[in-house]
Write a protein that binds this ligand. Sequence first.
Ligand code: FMN
Length: 211
Amino acid sequence: MTSYTTSDIESWERFYRANFINTLTGFKSVNLIGTVNELGQTNLAIFSSIVHIGSNPPLVGYINRPVKAAQHTLANIQASEVYTINHIHPSFVEQAHQTSAKYAAGISEFEEVGLTPEFRENISAPFVKESSIKYALTLQQIIPIELNDTFLVIGKIIAIQVDNNVVSEDGFLQLDKAASICSNGIDGYYTTELIKRYSYVKFDIQSLKIS
Ligand SMILES: Cc1cc2nc3c(=O)[nH]c(=O)nc-3n(C[C@H](O)[C@H](O)[C@H](O)COP(=O)(O)O)c2cc1C
């Protein structure tokens, strides 16, 4: 095993450091976020920092990079206050990856990469038709992270669409059945396989016994 220190990390070339640190935190839920601008033009971009905030109310967050690096999704969410999050499957992983390119404002990544926008009643943001698991959110809070000029964007889920075969009797979504992929760093994509589901572990502090 090799040990690395702060001075090692600081000495690394920037792409090496980015790859190393981006992959160190493990596999990520990777998704496409669909938005619309004030002119009604659609935008689609790939994001892997999606995080569960809470289930009641159903809150989901993601980290948006500094405005100068990734501005369209954030600006559209601020303006319209609605967006969609769409799982990615192996059949369109290449197109999904391509949405990370810096397209000019007003150019729709849907058209550029060949994915299909799909609209639902009362939701102005586009879903990705090709995705088997997708949901819409309304903006709740944008928290600026001063440490590195990024933003934690938190939304509340208002609509969900999921393929029937994925939903278990107890509500657990078996994502491997839909072949939802995950990512590692900014260019590695993986399929997944369920190892096992375990029963809920109750922790009894009094007797320090796990049952
Ligand atoms: C696998 C992968 C994951 C990414 N995850 C994020 C992320 O979590 N947050 C972010 O701001 N950008 C992320 N990006 C970069 C954005 O996709 C990229 O900046 C994109 O151009 C943003 O588009 P927009 O300006 O239309 O919002 C990721 C890129 C890739 C390839």
